[in-house]
Each structure stands twice: as structure tokens, then as C-alpha cells.
Design a protein. Structure first.
Length: 245
């Protein structure tokens, strides 16, 4: 019995040492990947990288990590054909099947999926807040975006008709969609501008717009979009996504 107790104590101690070594190794790897990702994407702050699954060391031996979670805030994606930037908040992505080099100089995920948010203030930049002439006697421009409820965006349009600025913005419920690297906002019902008769195409010059969002980290792509309380929530997906290298 004494020998059995000693054996059990030794097993517990060795198990504890293995767990401690495993956690030290995973913390080191997370830091290395985070630093590489920060440098690769030119980030101002270091992203949060979590390597999930236990034990980590057996994944290392196999040369592939089961699940890596990356979180970054304030990422600036390219927009407007490379001439502008759009800020993306709360970008969270799960990377599956991550193959990596021994020194973590390169890491590539077989698949990736995640979510992020583009604030209404940021999306408004694409619409442009300056009033433009729709037709003789009518100028208008988008002055605000907000949650319209039920997955819609409330687009506030300020207009000047026949020399008189309307006392209140016109509110237009709009849908948000994604096609390729473009997030589009399209009015569901077109507003009227008093006694001036405008065609649908003239009105949509103001109410409808799109924002290009490309060069997302690691090569992930836009998949779905939905209007929410604080902005447009986007879903991203990708394959062969580069975490580093």
C-alpha cells in the first residue's frame, strides 16, 4: 500500500509538471504569434491570441493547432480603392487547423470564421455628409446613420428645396447587404421632396451608397452583414488564412 501511495504521488506530481510546462509553452506561443501578427498587419496594439485545446504540446508534436482565437480592436481596413481607411472594431476570428513553423515565423489556418463591427459614424464617411445638387432647386446629403430596428438602418437625409432648408432631416429605412468586398446601403422606400418631382434614380443618388472593405487581416473576406444597435455587424470567413509569415 505504501508503494502504491508513493506511485500515485509521483503520478500527480508529474501530471502537475506536465500541465505547468504545457501552459508555459502555450503562453509563449500565443505571445510569438501575436507579435508576428502585429508586425505583419501594422497594428498599433498587440492583438489577443488564444490557442485553445489541451494539451498544447501534443498539438505541437503534430504540427497543427486545433483552434486559435484572435481578437483585435481598431483594425483599419483599406477602403475606397486604397485611398481611404475604414476602422473595424471588435474583430474576433476562430482559426481552425493552423499549421505553423517551429519558430512561429509562419502560421496558416485551413479555415477561419469571425465577426466584427463597423460603427455608423465610420460608415457615414462613405456616404459623405455634404449636400449635393440632385436637380435644379434641390440639394441633399446624408447627415446621420443609426439603428432603424429589425435589421434596418435609419438614414437621415437633410435637404434644401427651392432655397429653403427643410426643418428636420428626412428619415429613410434602408437595407444593408454585402457583395464581394462592398457593403451596400439601399433605401427600402424612397422619400419625397415636397412639391419637386424627382425620379427614383435621382433620389437614390443620395439615399443609396456603398463602402468597399478589403485587405482584411490574413486575407479573410466579408460574408454577411446586419444592422445592429451600434453599427453594422459583419461576418467574415476565409480559407488558407495567414496568421503570420
Amino acid at each position: 500500500m505504501r508503494a502504491l501511495r508513493i506511485l500515485l504521488i509521483v503520478v500527480v506530481i508529474l501530471g502537475g509538471l506536465f500541465v505547468a510546462a504545457d501552459r508555459l509553452a502555450v503562453n509563449f506561443a500565443e505571445g510569438e504569434v501575436a507579435d508576428k501578427l502585429k508586425a505583419q498587419e501594422g497594428l498599433d496594439t498587440t492583438p489577443d491570441v488564444s490557442i485553445n485545446g489541451f494539451p498544447f504540446l501534443t498539438q505541437v508534436v503534430g504540427g497543427e493547432l486545433d483552434d486559435v482565437e484572435v481578437t483585435m480592436d481598431g483594425y483599419e481596413a483599406t477602403a475606397g480603392g486604397g485611398t481611404e481607411k475604414v476602422r473595424i472594431d471588435d474583430l474576433k476570428a476562430h482559426m481552425k487547423g493552423v499549421e505553423f513553423a517551429g519558430d512561429y515565423s509562419s502560421a496558416t489556418a485551413a479555415t477561419a470564421s469571425g465577426t466584427a463591427t463597423v460603427s455608423y459614424a465610420e460608415l457615414l464617411k462613405a456616404a459623405g455628409s455634404e449636400q449635393v445638387e440632385i436637380t435644379s432647386g434641390v440639394t441633399a446629403g446624408i447627415v446621420g446613420l443609426s439603428d432603424g430596428g429589425n435589421g434596418k438602418i435609419d438614414v437621415a437625409v437633410q435637404a434644401t428645396v427651392l432655397g429653403t432648408e427643410l426643418p428636420e432631416p428626412i428619415h429613410v429605412l434602408s437595407s444593408v447587404t454585402v457583395k464581394g468586398d462592398k457593403v451596400g446601403v439601399t433605401a427600402d422606400d424612397l422619400p419625397s421632396f415636397g412639391q419637386v418631382d424627382l425620379s427614383d434614380s435621382q433620389i437614390r443618388q443620395i439615399t443609396d451608397f456603398q463602402q468597399v472593405i478589403d485587405e482584411l487581416p490574413g486575407g479573410i473576406k466579408l460574408d454577411k452583414v446586419e444592422a445592429a444597435k451600434d453599427g453594422v455587424e459583419i461576418t467574415v470567413t476565409g480559407s488558407n488564412v495567414r496568421l503570420a509569415g
